[in-house]
Design a protein around this ligand. Structure first.
Ligand code: DHE
Length: 589
């Protein structure tokens, strides 16, 4: 049997030969290229959290510009490398390898750097944030070599997904005239929780009072979030595969009444909330292709597809794949607030007349990700997480108010938390992925103008790896998770600050051992995303284990901070986000 090493060195030799043929004079530059120092760089929680565009791996894409038998990379290796690239690299380097938070890796650049440079870079990572894929053991030596060769050839481009493709996926399972004309069940819809069962590709609807699972419904792949129509009747879920399920909560047993796929990779969905447009439209944003789609709110009929390719807000250079991140629905104007990641543009999409669509582009900051409203519902705060900034938009005036430093590394607020600070008045809170900082930003320019749009206080939580913060108008508590912290004890517990004690010099927090309370002893027991019930007297946390392990939802009494109950069931597989119907539709958080 030929040794792997021999085969590999022959392939490497042929790579060098082909590269020499292809790039000619640049070979000497490749040879001279500085090699990254082989230090063992650790991947940060922020690095681990980069998007994986794993839906794109399934597209049948031909080897570009070469025949499958080409010695540089075999068709089999190309398919495998493409899968690894979309799962692990595309989130930072872009689908087209033109760069996002990570550097561009187009062949004009990679061929200059050369095979050895790429090999070292992938193996050891870099202090700039590139994970050490080789030394961490995430990729084998052979896979690292294969990825280095993959980067020397032209990037394949996944297909577009325009109106014909979108329409072909659209199904109305129950037409509007066959649906109930009034609520046909005795579910307290406003206190229902839609719970993402991520790796099961399902959503569980759980009754807030009895904690009983009303129904479990099939959804898109690795469903990401749920949002509610303004009336609370319709629930929308979106999977990473861009599939939306429209669920009618008035039916005797709530069920999907329409579905559609709006792209190949997606994360966000929202519905129109402005007076007179309640339940009328839905909107969803895609990572690939870079676009958003406006749909009919009752049937999901796709009405308008809008591409987000365009210029970065600052250098005004063309970006070929600006992903659509979070979307909010204005209460002040008939507008959706569409946050476009790579260009740093916040699009105020006016849906009053979608044929003559008016879009106000607000230059904010690059790498916009997640965010939510302040307590008044007038201002939206969005994290540009790779830039450590928060952009503030006035949804009444459709104008940028400010872009400010978040005060920590990689802000990740989810929708954020609104509290009434005893000293600074209304503040919006974000925690951070990269450190323990919890920042509070003043949000009341009328009564507290001196504090508005400034970080008025920072407190330290348990550590980095935080994803979500939560509070409620009736609560005296601010909850901070640390889901992606590398310490098992920290990732399976939650820190709680008392709001009326925030005036102390160093406010202390109490740790709730949610993972331990769940009674589960196996797995990492990552605790993620607190969500209040409608009355604001209890908060639910997911205990998120891997697919083959037990997971649960732990309910905490907000007054006493004691365990109230644990929801366990064989259907509760990998629970992540939970969305209380009332709080989600009214933006209470
Ligand atoms: Fe999320 C919200 C994107 C990883 C659970 N996530 C969002 C939003 C975006 C987003 C754009 C805002 C939607 C909105 O408000 O319209 N998430 C991404 C990613 O790109 C990323 C970093 C990597 C990826 O490949 O998807 C990512 N997200 C995760 C997770 O690993 C989590 C913990 C589990 C999972 O589902 O994969 C996760 N994301 C969530 C949740 C929300 C969310 C629960 C909604 C929070 C809320 O309170 O509204």
């Amino acid at each position: 049997m030929q040794s792997m090493k021999k085969v590999q060195s022959r392939v490497v030799a042929s790579v060098a030969a082909v590269a020499a043929l292809v790039v000619g004079a640049t070979v000497s530059i490749a040879q001279e290229a500085a090699k990254p120092s082989p230090k063992d760089h650790k991947t940060t929680p922020g690095g681990q959290y980069s998007p994986s565009l794993d839906m794109l791996k399934d597209w049948k894409i031909e080897l570009p510009g070469r025949k499958p038998e080409d010695p540089l990379i075999t068709a089999e290796e190309f398919a495998k490398a493409r899968q690894i690239y979309f799962e692990r690299c595309a989130g930072c380097h872009g689908v087209l390898r033109k760069g996002a938070t990570g550097k561009a890796l187009t062949p004009d650049i990679t061929r200059k750097l050369g095979y050895d440079y790429l090999l070292n870079f992938i193996t050891y990572g870099s202090p700039g944030g590139m994970p050490n894929w080789g030394t961490s053991g995430d990729l084998s030596k052979e896979e690292v070599g294969m990825m280095a060769r993959y980067l020397l050839i032209d990037p394949p481009q996944p297909p577009e997904f325009g109106m014909p493709e979108i329409k072909a996926t659209w199904k109305v399972l129950i037409p509007v005239d066959k649906r109930p004309t009034k609520k046909e069940n005795d579910i307290d819809i406003d206190n229902l929780f839609a719970v993402t069962l991520r790796d099961a590709g399902k959503v569980a609807l759980i009754d807030g009072a009895s904690k009983k699972i009303a129904v479990t419904l099939e959804s898109g792949y690795a469903v990401h979030i749920s949002r509610m129509s303004a009336s609370g009747r319709y629930l929308f879920t979106i999977g990473r595969d861009g599939k939306i399920n429209l669920i009618d909560l008035w039916m005797k047993t709530p069920a999907t009444v329409a579905e559609i796929k709006i792209g190949a990779e997606a994360r966000s969905v929202e519905t129109s909330k402005f007076k007179g447009f309640e339940d009328k439209y839905a909107i969803a944003g895609a990572y690939w292709p870079p676009q958003y789609v406006i749909m009919d709110g009752a049937t999901l009929e796709p009405l308008k597809v809008v591409n987000t390719r365009g210029m970065t807000y600052d250098t005004q250079e063309y970006h070929p794949e600006p992903r659509v991140a979070s979307i909010m629905a204005s209460h002040y104007q008939p507008e959706f607030i569409v946050n476009v990641k790579e260009t740093g543009q916040i699009l105020m999409v006016n849906y009053k007349d979608i044929n003559n669509l008016q879009v106000t582009s607000i230059g904010a900051e690059r790498f916009l990700h997640d965010g939510g409203f302040d307590r008044s519902g007038r201002y939206v705060l969005v994290a540009a997480n790779a830039r450590n900034k928060i952009a503030v938009v006035d949804t009444k005036e459709s104008k940028l108010v400010k872009v400010l430093e978040s005060g920590g590394q990689t802000p990740h607020p989810g929708r954020g938390a609104n509290i009434n600070h005893p000293k600074y008045g209304p503040v919006w809170v974000t925690s951070h992925l990269g450190d323990e900082v919890v920042s509070m930003i003043g949000t009341d320019p009328e009564k507290h103008p001196e504090h508005a749009w400034k970080v008025v206080q920072s407190v330290n939580g348990q550590g980095g790896g935080s994803l979500f913060v939560k509070s409620h108008p009736k609560s005296n508590h601010l909850y901070v998770d640390t889901t992606l912290n590398t310490e098992a004890e920290v990732s399976s517990s939650v820190a709680v600050f008392k709001i009326d004690e925030l005036t102390q010099e160093k406010p202390k927090y109490q740790v709730l051992p949610i993972g331990q309370w769940s009674g589960i002893s196996e797995g990492q027991r990552r605790v993620v995303q607190g969500e209040f019930n409608k009355d604001g007297d209890e908060i639910w946390f997911s205990v998120w284990n891997s697919k083959g392990q037990e997971s649960a939802i732990v309910v905490v009494d907000d007054k006493t901070l004691k365990l109230k109950t644990v929801i366990k069931d064989k259907v509760i597989v990998t629970p992540t986000g939970k969305f209380n119907v009332y709080n989600t539709r009214k933006d209470v958080y």
